[in-house]
Each structure stands twice: as C-alpha cells, then as structure tokens.
Design a protein around this ligand. Sequence first.
Ligand code: AMP
Length: 505
Amino acid sequence: MNLALWLERAGREDGGRPALGLGARVLRDYSGTAGRAACLAGALQQQFKLAAGDRVAIAAPNCPDYVELLFAIWHAGLAAVPINAKLHGAEFGHILDNSGARVCFTSTALEGGIGAHAPRTLERLVTIGGADYARMLACDPIPVAARSPDDLAWLFYTSGTTGRPKGAMLTHKVLAAESEAYLNEVDAALPGDAILHAAPMSHGSGLYIAAHVMRRAVNVVPEFGGFEADEIFRAIDAWPRTSMFAAPTMVKRLVESSAECDPRNIRTIIWGGAPMYVEDALRALDRFGPRLAQIYGLGESPMTITTLSKADIANRDHPRWLERLASAGRAFTCVDVKVADADDSGLPQGEAGEILCRGDVVMAGYWQNPEASAATLKGGWLHTGDIGAFDADGYLTLKDRSKDLIISGGSNIYPREVEEVLLKHPKVREVSVIGRPDREWGEAVVAYVVGEAPQAELDTLCLGAIARFKRPKHYVFVDALPKNNYGKILKTELRALDESRRTAG
Ligand code: AMP
C-alpha cells in the first residue's frame, strides 16, 4: 500500500474537484495536482536517480506545493523528511545529515542558510517554484511505485524540547491508520471541505494533509504563510466548512484577536501538542461555539493517542463537563493506551503514571538509533514520557511530562495544576511553573508569570484552590517565556534560566 495512490486515484476519479487553495482562491484541482506529483516523481526517480527508500527533505514554510511534493516523494517510492522552516541553519544541517537526505526542497529565503550547512550527503538543493523545479515538472510522469505498509513514508523529527531531535519512522501503515482515525473520530470531513494549514505543515498540520486527500477535500494554505489572526479569519470566511489544527497558543491568539469571522464557516478547530488551560478553552468555546476538538499525540504516535470530541467539549450540561475539559479525552479506537508504573504494569484508574500506547499508529522506531528505539518501545509499548491518569469513564488527564514533575518535601506537584489556578487571575497572560533545587524541600515551586498580577492576589488564588504546599514559594515576573518554534514552553530552558538567575543573584 502506497499513500500516493490516494492522490493518483483522486486525480483519475474526481479530477475536477478543487485540491489546493491559496488564501481565498482555488489554486489547482485534483487532476492537476496528481499530474504534477507524477511528473515530479518521474524527475526524482529518473533525473535524480533516487532509489526506493531514499530520503528527500522538505525545508520550507507552508506553501500549497508542500502537498504535491509529499505525494511525489511517496509516488516515487521515497521517504519524506519535512523540516520545520523556523530552525537555525545548523539544525537544518543536523537533520539533513542524520536523515542522509539526498535531495532537499526549500524556499528562496532559506536556500542560502541551508546551503551553508548542507552535509556532503546532500546532492541537490531545489528551490520550490524555481527553474529546476519547473524542469522537474516537465519530466514524464511515472506510475506509482509499489510500497509495503511497513516502508518508511515520513521521517518525523521530534520538536526536541529535550536534547537533539530524533527521527521517528512513520510508515505508510502508520499514516494510513492516523488518517483513518482522524476522519472517523475527530472530524468527518467531506469531499470539498477545507483544511486550513495555519500551523506548520512539517508537523501537526501536515499530518492532516493525507486524510484530506483521501477524502478529496481541499488543502488550503493562508496567502502569507504566517499565523496572523485576520488572515486566518479571512480564509475561514472564504471557505465554508473549514477545519484547522492549532497549538493552544495559536487558539488563544485567535480568541484574543479583534478581527472577526463567521464561526459558522468553521467545521472544527483541533487543538493539541501542548496543554490548553481550562480558562482558555472556555474562552475559545464562547468565541467559536461547539466547534472545538482536542487531540493528544506525539511524533512517535502522530496526532493519535486520545481525543476529546466536539460533543464532549460543548456538553455544558454534563456533571463532569469541566473535568472533561481539563482532560485529553478518550483513547482512539486504533490504539491500546495504559497508565503504568515504573515496571510498565498497568495502574488502577485514578492513579497517575506514565502513559504507554501501542497499535498501528505507533512509529517503527527512531531512525538509525537502536538504543533510543529499544528504550522508547520497550515491551512493544511506546513510552510517551507523559504522566496521566484515567477516570472511571476512560478520560485521560495529562499531568505533565515526567521530567517536569516537581517533588517538594516528598510530595509530587504537577506544574499544570498550579498553572491552571494562576491563569484564573485576569492579569496573568501566561505562566510556567518549575521546580528549583532547595535545601529544605528538595525542590521549591517557582512560578514564572507574564502579566502584572500582584503576588498577594496570586497567593490568595492558590490558597483557595490547591493544597498549601503546592503554592509557589517564589514568583518571577517576565516579559515572555522561552518557547520552541511550535510555541511550546521550554521548561528545560526556563530551569536553566532560573539556575543562572539564582547563581548570578
Ligand atoms: P511532539 O512530539 O513535538 O508533538 O510533542 C508531543 C508532546 O506534546 C506530548 O508528549 C505531550 O507532552 C504534549 N502534548 C501533545 N498533545 C497534548 C495535549 N492535547 N495536551 C497536553 N499536552 C500535549
């Protein structure tokens, strides 16, 4: 099974349907997109002499050509290595070197930076839309290469909130299972519906491209590529029945924007990738209505471990509605999920432990890293490094990444529960809670706060909602929190910053 068959068939059977959109307009139909992918595949195989399984990188900001490139790579029997366009030149160099990609597609703006750090294994750097690209499109189309379900389709470099990024091997089977899970359990897109890629196509949003091709929907890219609320709202107004994947920070930006759109055009806004605080989810629900869903997953089990449905999020009458809103929902049908102790034995419902999962949607391992693969996939289960607990109805609440847990005076404190409380203060815009080494307590709770809330008021809030020992012992007020390119707060960096402040002062 080759995923490329989805586009090839759509081109043959439904050629006139719009496949790609740019801003408010249709850019290309399925026949045109499938035709271009077949020609690009021909060039990769015959002009560039790439062999089955070779890696081809895409290091470019979101653009409609991303879709034809991904499918062209699969069509030719190759594996794609999408790379976040916001990385530093040296980080591009690391991923290109580690993956051994022979070809890299890039944009005019990134070409120089990547060229300067390109490893010797990289034979060609092709600018999307440039003269070489046009020559590739003039090549003869080829038939779709035969692939087995276990062949590599996408080498997904994890965003690396800890250490150097590793390549999670996502096979054709993994991406097919992920696409089906999405359409069945998150968002039943119909032919002609749109998916707006406002978040990076190298990451979460890109993992929804194939599902929408499978369903013959339209993959739409905002005209100017970035994440500007008014541009996104304009695109939503232009595409009835639009869905969009967004990190919680992006949803927050949309909620706070003074720009407007008709929420009835939104099919679903799917959030994931980081915790959404209940306060923020409530504001999003007020602004966009019952059109929000959540997914919990990670590069190693892409977009697919648990999901909180639109119905659950909007079900204000349910007695445990707010608890559910604070959870990451229930397990997707295609995965087995358990909460386990240090020996991987399942824990009773209500107890917190590491979240493990297994199923067709789990990666085959890390690229050329048998030690990390063996440790992460020990006993056939993916060890997520996330801590969570199931409730009686099967809803999984994520506490934190295991390494973010604070142990103070022998008690476990999950930063997220403290953060949820502090965010209730109207003058707290963002917050991140970490542990600081402390002689007396082992670790002391420290809250980094963006906003002007008086400390005494924050203390009062905590005393009214959580155990006294969880209340921050120190507050640090800052202008911004360190974040990675996907908007995730980097607690590792925050801890290092805290350490240097302490030693300096
Ligand atoms: P990545 O592999 O870069 O996508 O990062 C995956 C990590 O993001 C997970 O291990 C979680 O810690 C976090 N994450 C993903 N989805 C959610 C979610 N819905 N709520 C809270 N954290 C999440």
